[in-house]
Design a binder for this molecule. Structure first.
Ligand code: PGA
Length: 251
């Protein structure tokens, strides 16, 4: 089955409005005619500027998180309604930095996922094991558990708006990448879990990105694997030349 590759740049805590506009301008010409899906996820404060800058082009705009509540007393949080007003297409949920530094649990991620889907967003849902879990031989067990908890209550139709990003925590921002084979093995575990929870058809169709130190010099071998359908890119998405090299790896 051919699945369209999907490359997403997660800018994390980078990007003033001016920086964001300059980066989009540099990306827009470089990705013309690309057959892959491409998304950038700037910080909330640059979303409006980025949405304006990508207007009329193929680049999708993502938020890096959202509140689990539609409204209420949650100082500092941003709601799905606010993101909708800005024209955000996709929300990234369950990133390991949200889990690690903001104590997000699988249950909370599941609540956010259901809310984002209910409001018509696409979601990139992230999971992945820590180094200690990998060294204990528990990588598969952890991603199966995370996937099941995140997807609880979701219908097969919901999966049409869901991308999964497998991001081993030990590979994020560390320069260490999982070997293509190790990554692909976990992607297959995730796909098998989807087949068990839903159908083989749903499992075959779902897009599973790899994330964790993806760079221009390792993207080709990762994308050559049977079950890797794109990448969620942090550091290398902050410069036009490196993100473009990743998004056009097959040119
Ligand atoms: P990295 O980050 O590419 O800098 O490792 C990936 C991510 O956190 O999504």
């Amino acid at each position: 089955m051919t699945r369209q590759k999907f490359f997403a740049g997660n800018w994390k805590l980078w990007g003033t409005q001016a920086e964001a506009k300059a980066l989009i301008a540099a990306l827009a010409t470089g990705i013309q005619g690309s057959k892959h899906r491409i998304l950038v996820a700037p910080p909330y404060t640059a979303l409006a500027a980025v949405k304006q800058a990508v207007k009329g082009g193929p680049i999708l705009v993502g938020a890096q998180d959202c509140s689990a509540l539609e409204s209420g007393a949650r100082t500092g949080e941003i709601s799905v309604g606010m993101l909708k007003e800005l024209g955000v297409d996709v929300i990234i949920l369950g990133h390991s930095e949200r889990r690690q530094f903001h104590n997000e649990t699988d249950k909370l991620v599941n609540d956010k996922l259901k809310l984002a889907l209910k409001h018509g967003f696409e979601v990139i849902y992230c999971n992945g094991e820590t180094l200690a879990e990998r060294e204990a031989g528990k990588a598969s067990e952890v991603v199966i558990r995370q996937t099941k908890e995140a997807l609880a209550g979701l219908s097969e139709a919901d999966l049409g708006r869901l991308t999964i990003a497998y991001e081993p925590v030990w590979a994020i921002g560390t320069g260490k990448t999982a070997t293509p084979k190790d990554a692909n093995d976990i992607h297959q575990v995730i796909r098998k879990t989807i087949a068990e929870l839903y159908t083989k058809k749903a499992a075959d169709a779902i897009i599973i990105q790899y994330g964790g130190s993806v760079k221009p010099d390792n993207v080709k071998e990762l994308m050559a694997m049977s079950d890797i359908d794109g990448a969620l890119v942090g550091g290398a998405s902050l410069k036009a030349d490196s993100f473009l090299a990743i998004c056009t790896f097959d040119k």
